[in-house]
Design a protein around this ligand. Sequence first.
Ligand SMILES: Cc1cc2nc3c(=O)[nH]c(=O)nc-3n(C[C@H](O)[C@H](O)[C@H](O)COP(=O)(O)OP(=O)(O)OC[C@H]3O[C@@H](n4cnc5c(N)ncnc54)[C@H](O)[C@@H]3O)c2cc1C
Length: 898
Amino acid sequence: MPDAMVAASRSEATRGSTTQPVDVAVVGAGFAGLHLLHRLRKAGFATVVLEEADDVGGTWYWNRYPGARCDIQSIDYSYSFDPELERAWKWSEKYATQPEILRYLGFVADRYDLRRDIRFGTRITAATWDQDAEHWRLTTNHGETVSCRTYIMATGCLSAPKPPEIDGVKDFKGEVYFTGRWPHQEVKFTGKRVAVIGTGSSGIQAIPLIAEQAAHLTVFQRTPSFALPAQNGVAPADRVALLEGDRASYREQARWSLTGVPYPQQTAVSWQLSDAERRERFDEAWAKGDLVYILTQLWADQGVDVDGNALLAELIREKIRATVKDPETAAALSPHDHPFGAKRPCLDSNYYATYNRSNVTLVNLRQEPITSITASGINTEKRRFDVDVIVFATGFDAMTGAIMAVHPITGRGGRSLSEVWADGPQTYLGLTVAGFLNLFMITGPGSPSVLSNMAVSIEQHVDWVVDRLIAMREAGFTTIEATETAQAGWARHMADCATLTLHRLANTWYTGANVPGKARGVMPYTGGVGPYRSICNEVVSHDMLGFKLSGPNVAEQCNDGEIVRLQPDVRLVLNMLADMKLPPLESFGAKGARDFLAEFNAARPAGRPVGEVVEGTLPGNDGPLPYLLYRPATPGPHPIVVYFHGGGWVLGDQQSDDPFCRDLCRRSGMIFVSVGYRHAPEHRFPTAAEDGYAATRWIAEHAAELGGRPGAVMVAGWSAGANIAAVTCQLARDRGGPQISGQLLVCPVTDCSFDRASYNDNATGYFLTRSLMYWFWDLYCSPADRTDPRVSPLRGKLEGLPQALVATCEFDPLRDEGVAYADALAAAGVPVEQLNARGHFHSSLTMVDVVITGVSGRVQMAEALRRFAGLAAENSQGYEDVRAGRTASPHQIASAAE
Ligand SMILES: Cc1cc2nc3c(=O)[nH]c(=O)nc-3n(C[C@H](O)[C@H](O)[C@H](O)COP(=O)(O)OP(=O)(O)OC[C@H]3O[C@@H](n4cnc5c(N)ncnc54)[C@H](O)[C@@H]3O)c2cc1C
């Protein structure tokens, strides 16, 4: 039951006093706070909302600058919790203006009679958790204390404007405006000399309109943004038809999409499309004027691959050059220092064309930084600009600014949030912080927030929090707290997600780089709205995994652990496979399993181009064996790697690991010869091993003919192929050659024992199952032969073998036998490097362009191969080097992603 009701309006509040405790205090009356109040009230929680502004609206209350609009289409940037509300409101434009969005939020407040529980003009300045009372005490700027059991910060990701970093602002005698705190009365620029500092979203929206009025407008730009024309007007008919055709399904798709706007996942990759096809896709996107479309629908690799992204960035720069007449201005407006999408791209109306006006000047602060602001204007290192008005469009202390502005927030044991976040925000799910009981953040750092349609992300958070509060009340729990384990696990998962995208390669407000002294790191969750939602749901279905719950009359509950231990893309792949509800592979029989694999492989992204791919045959022990040779595009002769595919000695062929071979060929700059050895059950033990050895010997003897470097070769393989590679090394040592300079063993089968822990830990659910391995062994090798080192190389002599890289994956039944082999090699004096891929499954490292987080593993493999071959390591630096081609890396995403 509610603790008590509170004084509802500020006029009723008593200064310096403590009002009666409430169940929930919400800070902020924007999109989030309004929805929270509505849901909490309906659920019977006594709730008060505290808001610094004098009315509802949040972002849309404060940002009244000319041109302010949303940049997600209004039909998407709306509440969806009440179909009646949706029917009652119609947007007049594709991208509504600030006044219209503010009217909408006012309409929502009226419709649900929300204002009576909102105290306007009230800023929360500090918050303290009282452990004995199990209450938060919030201090207001009027000296009151608000006491609540649950404290929800709906304070906004972009609501703390960043103060100017320039000396002398106070000396300026003209008018000064901040886009994020715009006055309520109209600002007139007519006949005035105006300066706009900043060219992010707000600047780009405001500049064309200010230019139309001002006598002269000078724009001071530090970092150019990518902008595309909004093509505003009425909402596009196709999108409206989709929405109105089936509103519920449209909204549901939005909830499970990557960005909170229902668009399908793009599958075509840039290198599969011709220049003309890419241009056609780009022109279509440009004409649509839709950020989400251009960010997600052109080609699948645009957001994750430096090369795929660069193609798109260049097409945009082409548009800038075509629009802006002065080449020097066009060059200054063209971003080169970050991938498209890594910094928030903007929607504009006439932005670039504005620079063709005679009354507009662009000042490139990269060439002439501002030195000071004086009484009459702005000085740069080169010039002086006298102006009447300065508009700061310098952005926000994003994500954490408004939270940290409540200072201190003191949690359990007197620890303050600023201490805990000294090196950057730490959260569980972006919703809670360990040590801060009963505190929730809506769209906090660690959640999709600003990388999504925030209307969708806000609703998801509001529902999750309110549903938890209801469930706690029903179960008799009065406190909830994230555990340290869960929080640390979330930080790891966040970092894993961040390696998937290009956000790390830009200095932006997403990473805290716009605020001097702020800790750096990608703050929003980059794994996508739908995946994030499913994780939050899993936390609940796993009995509130990662939370400690307590109450006066119930036993404490703490289901500790990490909610995501898989790499994010591995999780997606495994979920997709689970959704397919495939029968066990072994149930197909050998032929059926081979056919299935061929079909499965046909659907994967094509491997990337290499210099040349040659088909051939080589003489095996009992007849010819086919092979595929992958040659790098660089001048040879190249060192040769003999490669054996995976497939449990039963499945696959010389083509089945094609993308992996291409990838390693490109990264290492070496020839890969993928050998089609014979399979069980037609050819049982030791055929595969003997074929592998015979092929290696022949390739080494014919290296020069194959265009390779004569002398030692290397061997490599994955899974059963790695078993053949390891066995080949032992046979080559014992049979007098060929000379092998290194072995790359990826998730190798090394032993016939099924007793190791990984066989149990990962017996099912990770594609390669224990029972599938039993089947493979049965088809290939009779029990009597299984301890033979030609199939269980761990049982052979290991001294004198070539140096090795042994890669294992955490969620692989074969993990522990791979580790055992690496340890045994090391004990036998063989130089060995171990790669233990955290969060990966048996196929991760070979699923090129599907499991993107496998890139770092393949980079390490390529480096090891180069070392084995006595070649120099390859180094790369930052994004600028990657873009400028200064890195020698044959595959740039790798170097960039690392
Ligand atoms: C110009 C602009 C355009 C945007 N366009 C889009 C868009 O098109 N699509 C999109 O998804 N997102 C957009 N955003 C992001 C936008 O912030 C969110 O979509 C959304 O409005 C956030 O709602 P909120 O309720 O979480 O926070 P806010 O709207 O920021 O509201 C937070 C409220 O909390 C109050 N507050 C903060 N601290 C305190 C305190 N200590 N005490 C009392 N009150 C406090 C603030 O005064 C504010 O009113 C835009 C942001 C800006 C600035």
